[in-house]
Design a protein around this ligand. Structure first.
Ligand code: TXA
Ligand code: MG
Length: 321
């Protein structure tokens, strides 16, 4: 049963009304360049609680606060390091979340009780228009996790958000359709509270890019279980995912376009570049589930950069639900 409002024409009026929906303490799912987010006023405890309820997410998992521009960083964070400012200048708006020491404005209900806050300026016209319109009516930030049920594959289209969450949303909530997400995997999360940056989740902003901008050596902490996105069984479809294994009759198959499709195998995606691989991966996993496939064989992409982020998600997906 469909309950929330689905808005496919994101006009200025639609953005004003979506911002008012946020201000009134309701939820707005919105597009970003990485994946779709499920947003609420980051200063409103009851509204943020609705996010946790809709996602079925444990309350001690912190949310990213999305802001309209880097000017907003000082409202939410204190003692911001010089290299964090350099990263914000270089990569915002963009697929990067900075973890900074929280200010008194970032409450426990957003930070999961941690003394840090995650901040991001997303690079999507609809997200930025929503954040701007909300700011004009006094909303300093929009807390938003990926708009999926806890542990599932993140949505990269508005239809995928509707499939995941509509039954958990109310008639006052809105889903904004801004087309398919162009990056396709979640933002790089960088812990900026130490002397040097520390990658907590790999994404499209790579270690090499961070080192180039900051002049600092970056440590990579992918294996530390600190963020919910690094729980082992995250990003999993219903189907069993197996990596780098020859597909058999009836299996789904995702691999770069130069790999042929064996007879009787259902080809789900044939990306030509790693960028395309990231962009279509989550939709391909959803496609496998809607075709009720029981197994998906996936060849991991080679190389560093974005391939590292893709392999990170694939390995978690392969550990299953
Ligand atoms: O690309 C993205 O980051 C998307 C879009 C919507 O912005 N958002 C996203 O949110 O992936 P979510 O909640 O699904 O994943 C954010 C991750 C979580 O694993 C959370 O634990 C971590 O960020 N996180 C948020 N605040 C944190 C903090 N203060 N310290 C450590 N990790 C934090
Ligand atoms: Mg998520």
């Amino acid at each position: 049963m469909s309950t929330s409002q689905f808005v496919s024409r994101c006009t200025a009026d639609a953005m004003t009304s979506a911002a008012a929906t946020i201000k009134d303490g309701n939820l707005v799912a919105f597009p970003t360049e990485t994946v779709y987010g499920l947003g609420a006023d980051a200063s409103n405890e009851k509204a943020v609680a609705k996010i946790y309820a809709a996602k079925g997410r444990p309350a001690d998992h912190p949310l990213i606060v999305h802001i309209a521009s880097m000017d907003g960083i000082g409202y939410w964070a204190d003692d911001i390091s010089e290299y964090a400012i350099a990263l914000a200048r270089a990569f915002w708006p963009g697929p990067m979340t900075l973890i900074c020491k929280r200010s008194p404005e970032a409450k426990d209900f957003v930070t999961g009780g941690q003394d840090t806050v995650g901040l991001r300026v997303p690079d999507h016209v609809v997200a930025l228009a929503l954040l701007d319109a909300a700011k004009q009516i006094g909303v300093q930030g929009i807390a938003a996790p990926s708009a999926n049920r806890f542990g599932h594959v993140s949505p990269t289209t508005a239809d995928a958000v509707r499939e995941e969450l509509d039954q958990y949303l109310s008639a006052d909530d809105i889903i904004l359709d801004g087309g398919p997400s162009q990056v396709g995997v979640e933002s790089t999360i960088i812990d900026c509270t130490g002397d040097t940056p520390h990658i907590l989740r790999p994404g499209a902003i790579t270690q090499a890019m961070i080192e180039e901008v900051t002049g600092l050596k970056v440590t990579d902490a992918q294996n530390e279980i600190r963020v919910s996105g690094s729980l082992e069984n995250h990003y999993a479809p219903q189907a069993t995912v197996v990596l780098d294994t020859a597909p058999q009759l009836g299996d789904g198959y995702i691999a770069m376009s130069d790999k042929p499709t064996p007879a009787g195998v259902i080809r789900l995606a044939s990306p030509e570049t790693v960028e395309e691989y990231a962009r279509i991966l989550y939709a391909s996993l959803r496609d496998a589930d809607s075709q009720k496939l029981s197994r998906i064989c996936i060849d991991q992409p080679q190389g560093d950069g974005l391939a590292i982020a893709i392999c990170d998600r694939l390995q978690r997906a392969a550990r299953g639900r």
